[in-house]
Design a protein around this ligand. Structure first.
Ligand code: MUC
Ligand code: MG
Length: 370
């Protein structure tokens, strides 16, 4: 039996290829947490979670994730068998409240390690894969309409993406909706357009702007209202035909259950970090499926390591009505893994190699870690 002998948590800052403008922050570097779990034979499970804009997007910061793993989670791991990841995560859930991002780092590193011990792809330990490839959206968020149009045309030309999400939570709503109209005019006959408001509107603004977006042919409206406003989201869902998707509001399994029960949306974005790991993500997907909610394979804009983890879990989910947006590695200037993602015919390809199919580049980790 090769049990866990060491847990190392590193914080890295990775630069992006261009500024990425959201409602609450503009990303130029992403702060990510890398988890390394080593067994007594020296094998290593690797994992990542990404965070956006310090504490401005969500309450999990890289500093808090590392501090809480080191102090409160690592003691539950040492000496344990990584193949018992389900039991270990259940034990941790009784001792550590919340901390979903921290739990995700730990669970996914254990699954990678267990898969390496057994010499199988990680998806075989979580039900097995259904999809070999998944549709891959791209976010246009340069902050400039003509640059976004140029970028979209190039993505279509390369057959990289034909689903585009526009970030429209920052600035004047009327102007932002006109920006969406111009993008639809330029590429709307060849691509599906969605928008993400990242909680920035009040209900009055949402009523006015969603009507206009619906008339333009936008196919999904992501988190228009603050995450706490379930009742407002339910009223919008009732009123409009266009899908209203919950992202920041659909976090833990229990919060997502409440959100679904109140029909505070008709779709939701999965993200392993916000749900607290892969096993919880699959449970969220199951309750969403039972309620007839559409699913979106979301991202916190992970680099190639965290992205491979999301690709693996999403490959086990029956249906993504809105495709996925696991494009993170394409927004980074560099990567910490030897392997890059593979995109063909608008689809991300799911790797079939051992673990999550990515190997850590130790020199790059040494270069980028704080
Ligand atoms: C979010 O809220 O969806 C995902 C894609 C993107 O561009 O930003 C993230 C966060
Ligand atoms: Mg979102």
């Amino acid at each position: 039996m090769s049990n866990i002998s060491k847990v190392d948590i590193h914080i890295c800052d990775l630069p992006t290829i261009r500024p990425h403008k959201l409602a609450m922050t503009t990303i130029t570097t992403q702060a990510i947490v890398i988890g390394l779990i080593t067994d007594s034979d020296g094998r290593q499970g690797i994992s990542e979670v990404a965070t956006i804009g310090g504490a401005s997007y969500g309450e999990s910061t890289v500093e808090a994730i590392k501090a809480n793993i080191d102090a409160y989670i690592t003691p539950h791991l040492l000496g344990g068998n990584p193949q018992n990841f389900n039991r270990i995560m259940n034990d941790i859930s009784k001792q550590v409240r919340g901390n979903n991002f921290a739990k995700c780092v730990i669970e996914t590193a254990m699954i990678d390690l267990a898969a390496k011990q057994l010499e199988v792809p990680a998806y075989t330990l979580i039900g097995g894969k259904i999809h070999d490839a998944l549709p891959l959206a791209w976010t246009l968020a340069s902050g400039d309409t003509s640059k976004d149009i140029e970028e979209a045309k190039e993505m279509l030309h390369q057959k990289r993406h034909n689903i585009f999400k526009l970030k429209i939570g920052s600035g004047d709503p009327d102007q932002n909706v006109r920006h969406v109209g111009e993008i639809i005019k330029a590429v709307g006959n060849k691509a599906r357009i969605t928008v993400d408001i990242n909680q920035a509107w009040d209900e009055y603004t949402a009523l006015k702007q969603i009507k206009a977006l619906e008339e333009m042919g936008v196919s999904m409206i992501e988190q228009p209202l603050p995450s706490w406003n379930y009742e407002g989201m339910a009223r919008l869902t009732e009123r409009f035909d266009v899908s209203i998707l919950a992202d920041e509001a659909a976090t833990s399994l229990e919060d997502t259950y409440r959100q679904i029960k109140q029909r505070a949306g008709d779709a939701l974005a999965l993200k392993p970090a916000k749900h607290g790991g892969i096993l919880q993500t699959q449970k969220v997907a199951a309750i969403a499926q039972a309620a007839g909610f559409g699913l979106y394979g979301g991202t916190m804009i992970e680099s190639s390591l965290g992205n491979a983890i999301a690709a693996s879990v999403y490959s086990t989910i029956p249906e993504f009505k809105f495709g996925t947006e696991i494009f993170g590695p394409l927004l980074y200037k560099d990567r910490l893994t030897v392997e890059d993602i593979e995109v063909r015919d608008f689809n991300i390809q799911i790797p079939d190699t051992i673990g999550f199919g990515v190997t850590l580049d130790e020199e790059k980790l040494a270069h980028y870690k704080r």
